[in-house]
Design a protein. Structure first.
Length: 250
């Protein structure tokens, strides 16, 4: 099992050194991006130079400004990181989609054409999470929800997870649910199905120690990393995040 490196923050830490043959890396790497900080520092014309036509068109379709900014920042940040890792201009990164494991259609995990690099992205509120590895990886970040929301959504979890949450005091359920949900969605994104697969099928646990799912290991990101990266942590609920990594047989 590989050990994670500490999460770095886009816009604060230097981007990865572009070293030929650097992939696959020896350990997964995660990056965090604050949408508000990124947008405030972004050159006005940067999206037109970095995003492709499809991305710009999709961004323009968002009605709410905050949704448009979140999409733009996330996709620009992803292109900048991939460009640095792969030693190419961000605008030149050739995206594709792997085949869906459910129906075989071209809408599975995102990928870079011809590159031995796996990555995933997730965003919630002010925060965007990027994860990179030499084997398939999924990532998820979520805002911690109030107990009223938790009790409702928890009905979609694995029966054992529901029982674990029910045994907790109400004040402890939001954090436990957030751990469980981010692990679960990271895993489902990693295998390529997303929430088209019933989240009640796989058991990932609600406790402080995650439970592997077959060859997939699940890793929670420390909450202090998340709080330090986002600009809105003092004004609202905290975040939870996790990634799922397919461990290759040695």
């Amino acid at each position: 099992m590989t050990s994670p490196r500490a999460s770095r923050v886009v816009g604060r830490d230097p981007l990865p050194a572009a070293v030929a043959g650097a992939w696959p890396p020896g350990a997964p790497e995660t990056w965090l991006l604050s949408v508000s900080r990124y947008v405030s520092a972004m050159d006005q014309g940067a999206p037109g130079k970095i995003l492709d036509a499809e991305e710009r068109e999709r961004a323009a379709k968002f009605v709410r400004t905050e949704d448009q900014q979140r999409y733009t920042a996330a996709h620009m940040g992803l292109r900048e990181l991939l460009g640095a890792y792969l030693d190419m201009e961000p605008a030149a990164v050739p995206f594709t989609r792997e085949d869906c494991p459910g129906c075989g259609g071209p809408h599975g995990r995102p990928a870079v054409v011809g590159m031995p690099l796996h990555f995933n992205m997730s965003h919630a509120g002010d925060l965007v999470l990027f994860a990179f590895a030499g084997s398939p990886i999924g990532a998820d970040v979520e805002k911690v929800q109030p107990v009223s929301v938790v009790d409702q959504v928890a009905q979609s979890l694995h029966p054992t997870e529901r029982a674990e949450l029910a045994a907790l005091a109400a004040a402890d359920r939001p954090a436990a649910f957030a751990r469980c949900w981010t692990r679960k969605e990271a895993y489902l994104k990693g295998i390529g199905t997303g929430l088209s697969q019933d989240p009640a099928i796989a058991y990932v646990g609600t406790g402080e120690r995650s439970v592997p799912v077959g060859p997939w290991t699940l890793t929670d990101l420390p909450t202090d990393h998340l709080a330090a990266a986002t600009a809105d942590s003092a004004a609202g609920p905290g975040y939870a995040a996790a990634y799922a990594l397919l461990e290759q047989a040695s």
